[in-house]
Design a protein around this ligand. Sequence first.
Ligand code: FAD
Length: 471
Amino acid sequence: MYRRMAAHQGPWDMIVIGGGATGAGIAVDAAARGYELLLLEQNDFGKGTSSRSTKLVHGGVRYLEQGNLSLVMEALKERGLLLQNAPHLVRNLAFVVPAYDWWESPFYGVGLKLYNLLAGKYGFGDSRILSREETLEKLPTINPEGLRGGVVYYDGQFDDARLLIDLLQTAGGLGATLLNYAQVTALDGHTVRVRDHIAGREFEAAGKVLINATGAFTDDVRRLAEPRSEAIIAPSQGVHLVFDRSFLASDHAIMVPHTSDGRVMFAIPWHGHTVVGTTDTPVPAAELEPVAMEQEVEFILQTASLYLARKPERSDVLSVFAGIRPLVREGGAGNTAALSRGHTIRLEPGGMMTICGGKWTTYRRMSEDGVNQAAILAGLPPVACVTASLRIQPPEPGDALLRAVRDEMAETVEDVLARRTRTLFLNAREALAQAPAVAKRMAVELNRDTDWEAQQVAAFRKVAGGYLLAP
Ligand SMILES: Cc1cc2nc3c(=O)[nH]c(=O)nc-3n(C[C@H](O)[C@H](O)[C@H](O)COP(=O)(O)OP(=O)(O)OC[C@H]3O[C@@H](n4cnc5c(N)ncnc54)[C@H](O)[C@@H]3O)c2cc1C
């Protein structure tokens, strides 16, 4: 990537700030159209929200309840396209909505029929009302007390950080220049000042258009251009707890449409574990390594214990991870659960384009809209978008650590254990145990000394501490 940078002459067609789902999607789209693109990520790719999602490729049953049919239809279509373009990463997952009240099965049965109808030719399977026996068969660990039956429906599941890395591999293969640990620290018109944390140097780069794709950090970057910019993001934190597989012991997920505070909660089988979440807690500002709040952890444990026969305890939690939703404010609404999940594109004073909001599922559509707008702003010749049918590159088989370091730009122990593999997200203690050996192997590959190894292990311990629950 440094060689590509050095060989590049003149301004880039597009410079993207931010290496999450939005930035990576734009990189693939722009590179596939033949535009020259530079992507700059301040930390590791996916360090922000894009590795911390519920890992669902979904239309969003909640938005259906809110009556936002166009958003649901768009997301269901994108779900179908992602399954077609990344079949190695997206799988069809059956969800069961358990019914404990007489009205729940018919009510959710009708709603979920509509959900499948809205998917049209992109449908993942027909929803169906289940008897009590069928529900218990599909969810052997569900709380049987008062259970009347349920409704089964189908949605998509993926590995968020893996899709991100594969998107970047695809973009790189199409000619995009992608740098992690490259933080934009200042803006001057169409020029960015960049601190390269790996090479320990600063440089400048100019683009025909700058694209701010920094998710929950959107306002920070907007304020580099115009310090008095009003905030447009209402950051909201979501937490997940990870347990052993035995808590669900099924290939089916549980979907609870209404928790005690009116939210949706999932218990999902993922990489041989059970992931339960999420919360929706407004927070004052975005952080790179957000930490779960005590009340969020308690809320998830309590809600899970209502639906699972074996009540999970704090000591059962293998990992806890938090992410920040980049929700776009609408007229200062106070409750972030009601804010739009649709995406927003805006032109900032000075000419930078900001693209934010949306969700993982719609990253491709969001990127298509973003590149269309950016090409106009940059005065580039229009080229049609091709990503609706563009295959996303599967990773080469082989040793995951060597691939991460040699091909996927992993620079730290955390990059390997959190985002090239998902060990930290699945089991923080296991990740801590692996850290010294990972550091040793990385040091050989990267030609680093034992001081580097020690410093890497220490830095990883600090981060991993946030994924462990205090007893
Ligand atoms: C708890 C939770 C659950 C979710 N579940 C789902 C789900 O199941 N399905 C779904 O479809 N969506 C889900 N989402 C939404 C989805 O994860 C997000 O919409 C998406 O990841 C946002 O991607 P992004 O690229 O806009 O932001 P991010 O992933 O946050 O990327 C922005 C990047 O910009 C970088 N950056 C910031 N400032 C600078 C700078 N100055 N210079 C360079 N780089 C910078 C950051 O380091 C960061 O990596 C969920 C979100 C949350 C929080």
